[in-house]
Design a protein around this ligand. Structure first.
Ligand code: MSP
Length: 499
């Protein structure tokens, strides 16, 4: 089956920070896991390059908007390989192919009767690039998110008839209760719709940095309509061989987004697709924020933890693992350098690192580097065998934290098993050689299964571990404890050195 997952596309007018890395790593975990299952996966990320914030930033710096985005987009593109994410394509909304699709789909929405001309008058937040409804205007006409003054706008606009989709959107949420997950975000989307939908501006006429409206060259499309369509447009030109991948991958299974952009993805986006007569994505997963103390990590607090510095010192696996373990997926959570170091030490170096190094060292010490070909301890094998199904079921609903917890329970279980069975004691007694064979085979094989299942979170370390075990295969069909699967093994380089 096909599996298509997307991240939000990032604004290029600021530098990438850990908050951006978070969405991308989470989507990468899903994409890698689904590839392990043998699904036909397409994983998309990219940059959002149009709109007023970019036009204003370029003006301030005395460059053209195109120069500004060409300078900044590479920083987001480079973050991908640094984080070891496996995206299949990187979209930039300044790509001419994307722009042509935006024009085509929005012209279709107009032909279908969902666009009209009018005058917009109301409050606008240049930082959100969002026209605020009355309920979204804070004290003294400020933005509730940014706490900065809103701008009173009056301009000729084309409008999208969002209000006409109110009933259809409620029906969608009734019929597909997992269209928005987790549940508390579903409730938020639902109450936004139930509070009454107003039509929204589809175009802007006070600046020119955007996709030109094909039927009126004095307008460009409002950046959110341009940006949302990236999820659809990318498929038409992402393939190197020139194939159109739309049939194969649309509709998407998952859009991963942060909670600040819920309205756009759970209200505007499905309404737009309905207006264009296109199938809707299956799920929008809304995650929380990384916090520094109690505040959202963002542009200003963005360098409190520098993802590049952590990766240079500890490697990408350590950062990926920390973010996925520390912040429960779907909720906010605080992050800090101290928290990172503590988790690195306790879970990667101690729990997993020790389990791996002592298991492999004991096979070398007691059995000359060959895993004994004997039956596995049935109790341990049963616990390990259930894990694959559990992880798959949890990741079906994007419960990334639950899946990582389930795996970690087994890592700890295996460490306890080492203590309980004390192979070093068994090794002293020649009569217990059979028992030692079984313990070592069970440990090595369980370690292999755990390493396969951990691949999406820590791909580099998982590969090192599997290479040492002489079993590099990643497919999940092999994620069951099987006797006789391992033979001669290698030495293991230290996975998580102490710092
Ligand atoms: N360009 C729009 C998205 C368009 S999608 C069609 C945008 N860009 S953004 O760069 O401001 O934010 C991109 C994503 O990063 C959002 O999902 C946002 O929630 C996420 N994050 C930004 N700061 C974050 C944290 N501190 N923590 C977690 N995610 C955060 O919005």
């Amino acid at each position: 089956m096909s599996f298509y997952i997307t991240t939000p596309i990032y604004y290029v007018n600021a530098a990438p920070h850990l908050g951006h890395a978070y969405s991308t790593i989470a989507a990468d975990v899903m994409a890698r896991h689904m590839r392990q299952r043998g699904e036909d996966v397409f994983f998309l990320t990219g940059t959002d390059e149009h709109g007023e914030p970019v036009a204003l930033a370029a003006e301030r710096e005395g460059v053209t908007p195109q120069e500004l985005v060409d300078r900044n987009a590479p920083r987001f593109i480079e973050l991908g390989p640094k984080l070891n994410v496996s995206n299949d394509f990187f979209i930039r909304t300044s790509d001419p192919e994307h722009m042509a699709t935006v024009q085509e789909i929005l012209a279709r929405i107009r032909d279908n009767g969902h666009v009209y001309e009018g005058v917009y008058e109301g409050w606008y937040c240049p930082r959100c690039a969002d026209f605020k409804t009355d309920a979204e205007v804070g004290p003294e006409n400020t933005c509730l998110i940014h706490k900065t003054p809103l701008v009173r706008e009056k301009e000729d606009n084309y409008f999208f008839r969002l209000s006409a989709f109110q009933d259809d959107l409620i029906t969608l949420l009734d019929e597909q209760p997992d269209f928005v997950v987790p549940r508390h975000r579903y409730n938020e989307a639902r109450s936004f719709i139930e509070s009454g939908l107003q039509d929204v501006s589809l175009s802007r006429s006070t600046f020119t940095w955007g996709v030109p409206v094909p039927w009126d060259d004095k307008h460009v499309f409002y950046v959110w309509f341009d940006a949302l369509l990236n999820y659809y447009s990318a498929l038409s030109y992402a393939a190197e061989e020139g194939d159109d991948l739309t049939e194969r991958f649309w509709p998407a299974q998952f859009h991963f987004i942060g909670k600040d952009i819920l309205k756009f993805h759970t209200v505007f986006w499905p309404a737009m697709l309905m207006a264009a007569g296109l199938p809707l994505p299956e799920h929008v997963f809304v995650h929380g924020f990384l916090l520094i103390g109690k505040d959202k990590m963002g542009k200003s607090a963005g360098n409190a933890i520098d993802p590049f510095a952590i990766i240079d010192e500890y490697g990408s696996d350590a950062l990926r693992f920390y973010l996925m373990r520390e912040v429960s997926f779907g909720h906010d959570g605080s992050v800090s350098v101290e928290g990172f170091k503590a988790r690195y030490e306790s879970e990667l170096a101690n729990d997993l690192g020790n389990l791996a190094s002592r298991t492999i060292a004991m096979v070398h010490r007691y059995r000359d580097g060959t895993v004994p070909d004997v039956a596995l301890d049935p109790d341990l094998a049963a616990e390990i065998d259930g894990l694959n199904g559990e992880v798959c079921a949890l990741l079906d609903v994007a419960d990334l934290s639950g899946a990582a917890d389930a795996i970690w329970l087994r890592v700890r279980r295996l460490n306890r098993y080492v203590e309980e069975r004390a192979p070093w004691t068994l090794a002293k007694d020649p009569e217990r050689a059979g028992e030692l064979d079984s313990v070592l085979a069970s440990l090595a094989e369980s370690l292999r299964v755990v390493a396969v299942l951990l691949h999406p979170w820590i791909p580099e370390s998982s590969a090192k571990l599997l290479a040492a075990l002489g079993a590099p295969e990643l497919d999940l069909e092999g994620a069951r404890a099987q006797a006789g699967r391992l033979g001669a093994i290698d030495k293991l380089p230290q996975l998580f050195p102490k710092h």
